[in-house]
Design a protein around this ligand. Structure first.
Ligand SMILES: Cc1cc2nc3c(=O)[nH]c(=O)nc-3n(C[C@H](O)[C@H](O)[C@H](O)COP(=O)(O)OP(=O)(O)OC[C@H]3O[C@@H](n4cnc5c(N)ncnc54)[C@H](O)[C@@H]3O)c2cc1C
Length: 329
C-alpha cells in the first residue's frame, strides 16, 4: 500500500483540468499498489482553497493547502522545497505531476532534490511489484518506450488528456501547510502570465482541436478553423510550424515536436501534410480527422477518418453540418 502525492496545477488562480486528470491517474496508482490515500497539493494566493472541493470530488482524500501571496504565480523554488520535504518525510510511494509547462519544470527539480527517478510524460502505466511500468512516446511519437521505475518515492508525470477527469467524490478534508522555503525570497519570480494562444480554451484543455496548415494559404483563411471551432463550442485552434514560422498564427499555437503535445478527443487536421515533426505532437489524439486535397498526404496514415478534397469546399460544409447537428441536440 502506498500513498500518492499529486501536484494539482493552478494557473492564474484557476484549477486546471490537468489537475483532475492527474487525480484519476493517482487513484489508479493508489489502487494498483494496494489502496493508499491520495493527497493533493493545492498552492496559490489566499483564496485558492476554494478549489479544494473540486479536488475532493475528483478523488483527493486530503487537500494540502498552501495559501500565500508568494504562490500567486508559479513559484518553482518554494514549490520544489515544499514538495521535496513532504515526499522526504511523508509516507508517499509516488508523486504525480502533469506533463505541462509547469510540471515539466517542477518534476525534475523535485526528483533532483530527492535524488530519485522520474518517468516523464506517460500516456499509461501499470504497477508490477515494486516498479511502475509506464508508456512514454519517443522518437517523434514513432516509438513507445516502456519505462520501469523503481525506488520510493517514484515520480511520474502524465501527458495532458491521457487520463479523463472523473467524479470520484471523497469527503472534503483539508490541511493547511506551510512552505518549506520563503516564497517571497525565491530567486526565480514569475512576474506575469500572458495568454499565448488566441482562443479562449487552452490547447491542453480543449477536447476538440481544429488545426490548420499551409494548405489554408493565408492567415485570414484561419477564420475557417475559428468558425469550425466555434461551431463545436468546446474547441481550440492549433497550427503547424510552417504556419507559425510564417507568422500566420502565434508560436503558442504550434503543435508538434518543437511545439505543444496534445491529445484531444477529436483532432481535425486541415491542409496539413502530416510531417513527422507535426505527428509527434498529436498522434496520441483519440480520433483524428484529416482534410487534404492530396490523397497521398502522410497525415492520412494516422487519420481515423480522411476527406480528400479542397479545404475551402469541405470545411464550410463541415461547419454547417456541425451547426445542424448541434441544433438538433
Ligand atoms: C527540427 C524540426 C522541428 C519541427 N517541428 C515542427 C513542429 O513542432 N510542428 C510542425 O507542425 N512542424 C514542425 N516542423 C516542420 C515540419 O517538418 C513540416 O515542415 C511542417 O509540419 C509542414 O507544415 P504543413 O503541413 O502546414 O505544410 P505543408 O507540408 O506545406 O503541407 C500543406 C498541405 O496542405 C495540403 N493542401 C494544399 N492546399 C490545400 C487545400 N486547398 N485543401 C486541402 N489541403 C490542401 C497539401 O496537399 C499539403 O499536404 C519541424 C521541422 C524540423 C526540421
Amino acid at each position: 500500500m502506498a500513498n500518492v502525492l499529486v501536484f494539482a496545477e493552478v494557473r492564474g488562480g484557476e484549477l486546471r483540468k490537468v489537475a483532475l486528470e492527474a487525480l484519476v491517474a493517482a487513484r489508479q496508482l493508489a489502487a494498483a499498489s494496494g489502496g493508499g490515500a491520495v493527497h493533493a497539493v493545492l498552492a496559490g494566493a489566499p483564496g485558492v482553497g476554494a478549489h479544494a472541493a473540486a479536488l475532493a470530488n475528483g478523488g483527493a482524500d486530503q487537500v494540502l493547502l498552501l495559501e500565500h501571496d508568494g504562490f500567486a504565480q508559479y513559484n518553482p523554488e518554494a514549490l520544489t522545497a515544499t514538495l521535496a520535504e513532504r515526499l522526504r518525510f511523508g509516507s508517499y510511494g509516488y508523486a504525480l505531476f502533469s506533463a505541462t509547462a509547469q510540471g515539466r519544470d517542477l518534476s525534475p527539480r523535485v526528483a533532483a532534490r530527492l535524488r530519485t527517478g522520474l518517468a516523464p510524460d506517460l500516456t499509461g502505466f501499470r504497477v508490477e511489484g515494486d516498479a511502475v511500468v509506464g508508456e512514454h512516446f519517443t522518437m517523434n511519437g514513432k516509438v513507445v518506450a516502456t519505462l520501469a521505475l523503481t525506488g520510493s518515492p517514484a515520480l511520474l508525470s502524465v501527458r495532458p488528456a491521457a487520463f479523463q477527469p472523473a467524479a470520484d467524490p471523497r469527503p472534503l478534508a483539508t490541511e493547511a501547510i506551510t512552505s518549506a522555503a520563503d516564497p517571497m525570497a525565491s530567486r526565480v519570480k514569475v512576474i506575469a502570465l500572458r495568454q499565448g494562444n488566441t482562443g479562449a480554451l487552452d490547447l491542453n484543455d480543449a477536447p476538440v482541436i481544429i488545426a490548420g496548415g499551409r494548405g489554408l494559404k493565408a492567415p485570414e483563411n484561419f477564420r475557417l478553423c475559428e468558425e469550425l471551432a466555434a461551431a463545436f463550442g468546446n474547441a481550440a485552434v492549433g497550427a503547424t510550424r510552417a504556419v507559425t514560422d510564417e507568422g500566420w498564427r502565434p508560436h503558442s499555437d504550434q503543435i508538434g515536436q518543437t511545439g505543444r503535445n496534445v491529445s484531444p478527443t477529436l483532432y481535425v487536421a486541415i491542409g496539413i501534410s502530416g510531417a513527422i515533426q507535426h505527428l509527434a505532437g498529436m498522434r496520441t489524439s483519440k480520433t483524428i480527422v484529416a482534410i487534404n486535397k492530396d490523397k497521398d498526404a502522410p497525415i492520412f496514415k494516422v487519420a481515423d477518418y480522411g476527406i480528400t478534397g479542397d479545404a475551402f469546399e469541405v470545411v464550410p460544409a463541415l461547419i454547417e453540418a456541425v451547426k445542424q447537428a448541434k441544433a438538433q441536440g
